[in-house]
Design a protein. Structure first.
Length: 277
């Protein structure tokens, strides 16, 4: 049975790849974009199953209005994929206030408000799946990525909490944590702060090597990653997290094991602050 998907940010990256694969499978996709130059061919090839909608996810009232319009005109939306977002690189000191505010509005607040907006409709229809595109950088932090990590660690906590709230309503939620992939995210849409010479040679500028294709491309295949994400829709119960890519998984496991060891070493410290009756 075919499904209807609502996906934000479908003009490039994972959003585009997911949309392309879903349409080829006969699914219906409502995809949000800021410009339609990259999806014109999809509109022409799938006039009955692809519907592009213009949306700036930093505009909360626009999110709410679009969600209401979509659900008012459809019997159901089966899957919502919160994908819109971008990377911002540079030391914390190098970032402008505007850059900080915009990435929070896009990656964090935009995702939160999209999810909040669809919840009443998914509850009413009695089913649904929400997929939030995150990154293994939602678990692992690197220098020069502070605000990107702030948005992804934030959305991970939000989704993990809301997933517990929605489970009784037959609404599953999944955080997708890909490693580096060969998409526009790294090679095109990434934004870089105005770099300060004081940070030259500092770990904060290590990302410059990563962003240069001459140093080797990312190992992740966006086609295969999109396939795994689509397959996850039919997994019940919904997996809370999906890590995609060997490098991402190994780095996540290593980081969490070190973090766990640090916590376990603090048992005496933690107990020393308890009230003993």
């Amino acid at each position: 049975m075919s499904k209807t998907y609502l996906i934000t940010g479908v003009s490039s990256g994972f959003g585009y790849e997911l949309t392309k694969q879903l349409l080829a499978k006969g699914e219906t996709v409502i995809g949000t974009i800021r410009n339609d130059k990259n999806v014109q061919h999809l509109m022409e090839e799938y006039p009955d199953t692809f519907f592009r909608k213009f949306l700036d996810v930093t505009d909360v009232s626009a999110i709410q209005a679009l969600v209401k319009k979509i659900f008012d005109h459809l019997d159901a939306v089966d899957v919502v994929i919160s994908n819109a977002g971008y990377g911002l690189f540079g030391a914390a000191e190098e970032l402008t206030d505007e850059q900080v505010e915009h990435i929070i509005a896009t990656n964090l607040t935009g995702s939160i408000q999209l999810i909040r907006s669809v919840l009443p409709y998914l509850r009413k229809q009695g089913h649904g799946r929400i997929i939030q595109m995150s990154t293994y950088g939602g678990q692992v932090a690197f220098a020069g990525n502070s605000m990107y990590h702030a948005t992804k660690w934030g959305i991970e906590g939000f989704v993990e909490s809301v997933a517990q709230e929605m489970a009784p309503f037959n609404i599953g939620m999944t955080l997708v944590e890909p490693g580096g992939a060969r998409t526009e995210f790294r090679y095109g849409s990434a934004q870089v702060a105005k770099l300060m010479p004081e940070y030259n040679g500092n770990p904060a500028h290590a990302f410059l090597s990563m962003l240069d294709p001459a140093n080797g491309l990312a190992p992740g295949d966006p086609v295969k990653m999109a396939e795994r994400i689509i397959e996850s829709v039919d997994i019940n119960p919904a997996p809370l997290r999906m890590v995609l890519g060997t490098v991402a998984l190994d780095s996540t496991i290593d980081t969490l094991e070190k973090r766990l060891a640090e916590f376990k070493a603090q048992r005496e410290l933690a107990a020393s602050t308890d009230i003993v009756e």
